[in-house]
Write a protein that binds this ligand. Structure first.
Ligand code: DQA
Length: 143
């Protein structure tokens, strides 16, 4: 299988310190290690990145699409604002699973709309770091 690309958007570098009541105590590095272990057990490479810039995420989605790599994307707040990310997913024909640590539908109404959801394969939200693991399971199961 092509390397799994896990792309993280704005403010996710602060995980562990950022609003722990909502996002929990695990850092982004903890999540990376969790996924690295699962990927290593399957003999699959992991590409794991974070950026606070929309343009980086767009370029990385294009790169993943170009090599046919599956993408787990937590676009953070860009989920709720970015037509450019929607276009990137569509344009790159990337297979993307949208993930969120929190249940965005149980939060402020501005989080209830996702620009990227219509372009993705599936959505997993509300399970903390397990959201990423569930997405990985879906990729391993080829669904
Ligand atoms: C988030 C939810 C978004 O609404 C928020 O802007 C984030 C994190 C999540 O993982 O729960 O930055 O994507």
């Amino acid at each position: 299988m092509t390397a799994v690309h896990v792309l993280n958007g704005p403010n996710l570098n602060l995980l562990g310190k950022r609003e722990p009541a909502i996002y929990g105590s695990a850092s982004l590095e903890d999540i990376r290690k969790l996924l690295e272990g699962k990927c290593a057990a399957k003999g699959v490479s992991l590409v794991f990145k974070q950026s606070n810039s929309e343009g980086d995420l767009i370029s990385w989605i294009q790169e993943a699409g170009a090599v046919g790599a599956p993408v787990i994307l937590n676009a953070g707040a860009f989920t709720h604002t970015s037509i450019a990310l929607y276009d990137a997913i569509k344009g790159a024909q990337a297979t993307v699973i949208e993930v969120h640590l929190s249940n965005v539908y149980a939060r402020e109404s501005f989080r209830h709309h996702s620009y990227i959801s219509p372009a993705v394969r599936g959505i997993i939200a509300g399970f903390g770091p397990q959201s990423y693991l569930l997405a990985l399971e879906a990729i391993f199961a080829n669904i």
